[in-house]
Design a protein around this ligand. Sequence first.
Ligand code: NAD
Length: 346
Amino acid sequence: MPETADGFEHTFLPGRVVLGAGALDRVAAEVETLAVRRVLLIATRSARDAADVVEVELKDRFAGRIDGVTQHVPTEVAENARAKAREVNADGVVAIGGGSAIGLAKAIALATGAPIVAVPTTYAGSEMTPVWGLTSSAGKTTGTDPKVLPRTVVYDPVLTLHLPKNVTAASTANALAHCVEAVWTPKADPITETLAVEAARALTTGLRAVLQEPTDVEARSNLLYGACLAGQAFANSGSDLHHKLCHYLGGTFNLPHAETHAVVLPQVTRAKAPTVPRAKARLEEALQTSDLATGLFDLFAEAGIPTSLKQLGLTQDQAQDAAKAFDADDIVTRAWEGTRPEGAVR
Ligand code: NAD
């Protein structure tokens, strides 16, 4: 990417964001603004109480509900959801939950064009992207379609107060992966870099505070704000080695999505960040560390996230396959062993 703002191309994605404690009560009004008349409500199990509130507030705009979602959107789950949307004659979807709930809403939107109002309860960031994913026995298929980009995103930190510490930490690492890699992809530009730096600041500050006090509403708000910016940076700049490697590891060896990001990110950062010195320095300032890769490694280790692919269940042979597939022996070996990058830290 250019070291100055002299020349770049950037496409702003459309979409409206509402963030605040109690914002859940705004969902019905946002649905009305979109002129949606019949809502299919999708809620992850832990968001059932929130979905009850929205169901009542939607009044006669409520058309039907799906409780409980499955990770990675299996095709049969997507087909059932599309059938349900047809059966209740839905012309819009409200999804409350993490990337899995929002992913299911995207599967419906992909087939029908129904607008989505997303109410994220993790930091996965899917709500800010036009990327969809479906899994079948043949593996995971992903694609990009503007139809699946949520029209409105409502972030309510109150919904996240009881997100378990381990899920909080891993999901924050997933968001940090979005914003950190956004600075070195071929499509990175000064706007994505600025989004990424502010995202990293908010995510790091938020995570440190939430680890001390999980029900700190301000810290939870910071994490959602960071996830929003990180998702936007990722949507603009696309994937590079880190996301491709994690996608391969998760899809081929069934490793947990967010934890895989946490293990791999410091190792890819160690190799890639020196190629973008200005962004590296800005991200180090945001994380308050003197070495980005080491700072990420230590942040995740302190948050109790596994630090090696070995701990996540990957065998050494599988690691060697991944290393060959990406010609990234050093990165994968270090990630498998959980080697600390060992740069200086502040
Ligand atoms: P998830 O939605 O499966 O949620 C993780 C766990 O947290 C689940 O057990 C869920 O029930 C629980 N949970 C969620 N919110 C909670 C809350 N507020 N309180 C208590 N528990 C809660 O996982 P995720 O990490 O949010 O998302 C991962 C999925 O999203 C993957 O399938 C990934 O591929 C996809 N994703 C897609 C994009 C995209 O741009 N399309 C981006 C990031 C992730």
